[in-house]
Design a protein around this ligand. Structure first.
Ligand SMILES: [Zn+2]
Length: 273
């Protein structure tokens, strides 16, 4: 699942390689997926997109917003670029073919959106609206005072995981990037926010900023792939790649368990419950 750092990386790569390309053909819902969400009938995507030119891309929360003239594609999916002549995958939920023979595919892993709307048209997806309205944790507007204001909104009884990674409270911070943020802050995912000392809150705020910046700067997490199919350069400390291996700081074995509708990874040595 892409989250903020990967959306930033994909948008950056699209701006480098796809801007100016003309869409020859669009094909949506080629491989039906239960949790791929379209805006309207995917059969209409070609009529909206064919003949349009890619103008720019930006990242917002978990989505890449691709501007093609007056049309916006809002994609929360794995995106892959194919040079001319390269064989396209058999399965995809969206394919854009460009008139120079290159192509872009979008595929959904667990769930995700593939909206195609006229610029500014509401898409009726609350998570997206919130993600676009609220300050990105990668911007200066997301400062300590803003972070404190989130805590003041009666969120003190939530666990650290629920506070950080649910309801788009922090755009693009999901259950994936969460794990290393909490490890860096040395906070267990189940700790209640009102149990944190002032110093721990300070560390947590710092970890949100520094870990997300590092992930975005290094090309995303190594558990995800970029526009060219390469894993990101950020080596995850807590992920499916490192579970049951020793913590790099204290040598305690990294654990995985189910919590709040997803897996949490933590170091029982560094992150005391
Ligand atoms: Zn440790």
């Amino acid at each position: 699942m892409i989250e903020l750092p990967e959306a930033v990386v994909l948008a950056r790569q699209i701006n480098q390689i796809l801007v100016g390309k003309h869409i020859k053909k669009a094909l949506a819902n080629h491989s039906p997926h239960k949790f791929a969400w379209y805006s309207g009938d995917p059969a209409h995507y070609n009529a909206l997109l064919a003949g349009k030119t890619i103008r720019s891309a930006l990242a917002t929360a978990n989505e890449v917003v691709l501007q093609a003239d007056e049309i916006e594609l809002i994609l929360s999916a794995s995106l892959r670029y194919y040079p001319a002549g390269e064989r396209l995958p058999a399965r995809h939920q969206l394919l854009l073919e460009f008139d120079d023979g290159t192509a872009l595919t979008a595929t959904i892993q667990m769930w995700g959106c593939l909206f195609c709307v006229r610029e500014g048209e509401p898409v009726g997806f609350e998570d997206y609206r919130l993600g676009r309205e609220r300050p990105s944790p990668l911007t200066a507007a997301f400062n300590r005072a803003y972070f404190n204001s989130l805590l003041a909104e009666n969120n003190n009884k939530l666990s650290a995981k629920a506070f950080l990674a649910t309801e788009q409270r922090i755009p693009g911070l999901g259950n994936g990037v969460l794990q290393d943020i909490l490890w860096v802050a040395q906070i267990h995912p189940k700790r209640r926010m009102d149990s944190l000392q002032e110093k721990e809150r300070e560390h947590l705020f710092g970890a949100v900023k520094s870990v997300l910046h590092e992930m975005a700067d290094l090309g995303g997490r190594d558990t995800e792939r970029d526009l060219f199919g390469c894993p990101g350069g950020y080596k995850t400390i807590l992920s499916k790649n490192t579970v049951n291996t020793p913590c790099p700081v204290c040598d305690t074995i990294i654990k995985k368990e189910a919590y709040l509708g997803g897996s949490i990874y933590y170091c029982p040595g560094c992150q005391k419950e």
